[in-house]
Design a protein around this ligand. Structure first.
Ligand SMILES: [Zn+2]
Length: 147
């Protein structure tokens, strides 16, 4: 997928190829609408839903001012749990790079895979807090004005 397409362009391309957006396990209302396309792009590539809203601090817990759905983050895995290879799991790396290449249109603030984190402010950096991203991709949304 070429980068630097706009959200409407990406959405149109997605719809032509895949049809409707994919509903999160917890329902569309569990995830901020600005992230529905990014989420669906992962699901149609064979990734599984490891959660959207979680009642705890952080982007999974909604906006900082109100701890309720929708979440500003989602987690995607695969049945084989990335073979616990994180960044070295090619399918997951491709998805992470797709997100980063289109971060603006997809309203993405940061992405974590394996022991790496990409953010708007710092680009790619080592991620050392824990090893849970060896088997899932985390995506956080950008709290922009448009949405
Ligand atoms: Zn997460």
């Amino acid at each position: 997928m070429p980068s630097r397409l706009s959200y409407p362009e990406l959405l149109q391309r997605y719809r032509r190829k895949h049809g409707a957006l994919v509903e999160p396990r917890q329902g569309f209302a569990s995830l901020h609408p600005s992230l529905h396309l990014a989420y669906s792009l992962g699901r149609v590539r064979g990734f599984t839903d490891l959660g959207t809203y979680v009642p705890k601090p952080g982007d999974h817990g909604g906006s900082p001012s109100k701890r309720r759905p929708p979440a500003w983050a989602f987690d995607l895995g695969r049945k084989d749990r990335f073979l616990f290879k994180g960044w070295d799991y090619l399918k997951a790396r491709r998805l992470a790079l797709l997100y980063v290449a289109n971060y603006k249109a997809l309203n993405i603030e940061y992405v974590i895979l394996g022991r790496r984190i990409w953010s708007r402010s710092n680009g790619w950096q080592p991620f050392t807090r824990d090893s849970s991203h060896d088997f899932h991709v985390h995506v956080s949304g950008h709290h922009g004005e448009v949405w």
